[in-house]
Design a protein around this ligand. Structure first.
Ligand code: ZN
Length: 281
């Protein structure tokens, strides 16, 4: 299988999936989302693979969902075209965002995200789908979508990752959490020097790979079940419906129209750099 937007490599017991759109800060377009899903199929089917590492090439882990097609700055694919109606928007996000991320969360083998630079919005959601997170000391976590009307992203990871009170502050202010604060809050397992990120993530993966696969998988499942007893999946289903109700408010639709009128991608990206994202995330 040939991939265009990711790299997939198996070395010993470890499969490494690397998002490979560094020129776009690994923004997730439909192709990248599909290719990641296919890579998880490969890792699932390969008995040699005991642990999966999810990484991003270049300076940043991921800037979130790719906005170009969604704000009309690039040709929309069939998924993005669906977004013209509320029901199409729901279907797009259910299949491409919600289900694809949940699949990674529930993946039977242990997963480790290796995060550097910006880890924003849907990039944060993706990292949080992994069992463990190793952060480079330059990692920056943020989800600044609320000021542009988005009710978070599709899976509300923040209460589970940061605690209830911090989650509200993080989302309402859109403030960035650096790697050390992320470690203090329990969002990441380890903080390592940027230049050691790949090697240190691999060291951790090798260590996890020493556990017999069935044992590692059973323990993952039972720990995740603990979160299920606390209502994790049910709370995510509730949030997804609320998220979609908010997508279709007059406030959100007006904000989206304003975005579509912006003449250049540069303007949109400048807004994104300011943390001012389109309302259709
Ligand atoms: Zn959305």
């Amino acid at each position: 299988m040939t991939f265009e937007t990711i790299l997939y490599e198996v070395d010993g017991a470890i499969a490494t999936m690397t998002m490979n759109r560094p020129e776009a800060a690994n923004a997730q377009d439909s192709r990248l989302i599909d290719e990641l899903d296919a890579a998880f199929d490969l890792a699932d089917a390969d008995d040699a693979v005991r642990v999966v590492i999810l990484a991003g090439a270049g300076k940043h882990f991921s800037a979130g969902h790719d906005l170009k097609a969604i704000v009309g700055q690039a040709e929309a694919d069939e998924w993005v075209k669906l977004r013209e109606t509320p029901e199409g928007k729901f279907h797009h996000e259910k299949v491409m965002y919600y289900d694809r991320n949940k699949r990674i969360h529930d993946f039977r083998k242990p997963t480790i995200a290796s995060v550097q630079g910006s880890c924003v919005a849907a990039g944060l959601m993706l990292a949080c789908m992994c069992d463990l997170i190793v952060a480079a000391d330059d990692a920056q976590f943020s989800n600044p979508v609320l000021k542009m009307t988005g009710a978070g992203v599709e899976l509300l990871v923040e209460p589970w990752e940061l605690g209830i009170r911090k989650a509200k502050e993080f989302l309402w202010t859109g403030e960035t959490i650096d790697a050390h604060e992320a470690w203090r809050l329990g969002l990441v397992n380890r903080v390592v020097p940027r230049k050691e990120l790949t090697a240190r993530t691999r060291e951790l993966a090798d260590r996890v790979a020493l556990v017999p696969p069935i044992t590692a998988q059973v323990v993952k499942d039972t720990i995740n079940y603990t979160a299920e007893l606390m209502g994790k999946s049910d709370s995510w289903k509730y949030h997804f419906m609320a998220h979609h109700w908010t997508h279709n408010t007059q406030t959100a639709l007006s904000a989206l129209e304003t975005r579509k009128k912006k003449s250049t991608m540069k303007e949109v990206l400048a807004d994104r750099d300011k943390g001012d994202l389109p309302g259709d995330r």
